[in-house]
Design a protein around this ligand. Structure first.
Ligand code: BG6
Length: 288
């Protein structure tokens, strides 16, 4: 399929009617729906679908830089580039294909990109939907240059929620975090699940591999399972920041929460010829 700007999108479906839509622009997942058709990812009503800006919502991939922690544009360039379908990807484990509907994408830097970030790489992304509606994203980054480089990555996942006041995040208790609202200073989280009453923009460090986002109103819980992604970004712009973001409605911050599997504090180093693999698996379960 194509979106209204002619950007190609790939639609994955499972036999029960769940679906995932991936855009070749940015390799961004732009929709993830349950069997009953309910959308699980937030997309702003003011989202701009016209490249070269990433769509406000879904799962943009921040790579090779997170935020402004480096010389590149905010969150790196991968989310603002066209990816291609990888017809013949190197094999993955058979379990990554079995019983799944999937697509393989590939991103390589352009001449222009290499002028600003002189490291040749291949970024392969598999997006898969399984019988139970689980969404899996497997990223493989290979250094095809003759010198080492390091990168950061985040799957900037915009979860669709009933209301920010109804949500809590479990799995980040007692962790250290870097607070982007306070010069990236380091703090330690308390023992309670995270709830939200104001703007938040943090990188939690070295978390367990399972994080839960509980929505009391919807009685549903998102479960994030990650591998190779030690850190977790939690972002909600709240009222004031939302007004400053052109492609986000003033009140829409209430319906979204970004919780990203990420590798930020310790960038990943790749020697020539080396490959890194990271996985993110998202599922949703009914809760009380
Ligand atoms: C967060 C950053 O993860 O992403 C914020 O820490 C930023 O500072 C937000 O505002 C959204 O970024 P962008 O570039 O998509 O507006």
């Amino acid at each position: 399929t194509k979106d209204s700007n002619g950007v190609q999108q790939v639609l994955l479906r499972n036999p029960r009617g769940a679906s995932v839509k991936v855009s070749l622009f940015g390799g961004q997942v732009v929709s993830w729906k349950k069997e009953n058709g309910e959308e699980l990812l937030f997309t702003s009503s003011k989202a701009n679908f016209k490249p070269p800006m990433a769509v406000r919502g879904g799962i943009p991939i921040c790579f090779p830089q997170f935020g402004n922690r480096g010389i590149l544009e905010q969150h790196g360039f991968a989310r603002n580039r066209m990816w291609i379908i990888d017809e013949n990807p190197p094999p993955l484990h058979p379990n990554d294909s079995k019983g799944k509907s999937f697509v393989d994408l590939l991103f390589t830097p352009s001449e222009e990109d290499l002028k600003r970030w002189n490291h040749s790489f291949e970024f392969r992304l598999r997006v898969a939907l399984d019988f139970d509606g689980y969404l899996t994203m497997i990223s493989r980054v290979r250094n095809i240059n003759c010198k080492p480089f390091s990168f950061s990555i985040a799957y900037h996942t915009y979860f669709s929620i009933s209301d920010i006041s109804e949500v809590r995040v479990e799995g980040l208790e007692t962790l250290d975090y870097l607070d982007n609202l306070q010069q990236k200073e380091r703090f330690t989280e308390q023992g309670d699940a995270l709830t939200f009453e104001s703007e938040i923009d943090r990188v939690y460090l070295s978390s367990e591999d399972v994080i839960a986002v509980l929505d009391h109103e919807k009685k549903q819980t998102f479960v994030i399972r990650k591998e190779g992604l030690p850190d977790v970004v939690v972002w909600n712009p709240w009222e004031k920041k939302s007004r400053a973001i052109a492609d986000l409605g003033d009140e829409e911050y209430k319906q979204m929460l970004c919780v990203d599997g990420a590798a930020i504090e310790n960038p990943i180093n790749l020697k020539p010829g080396e490959e890194w693999t990271g996985r993110l698996e998202l599922s949703v379960v009914a809760s009380t």
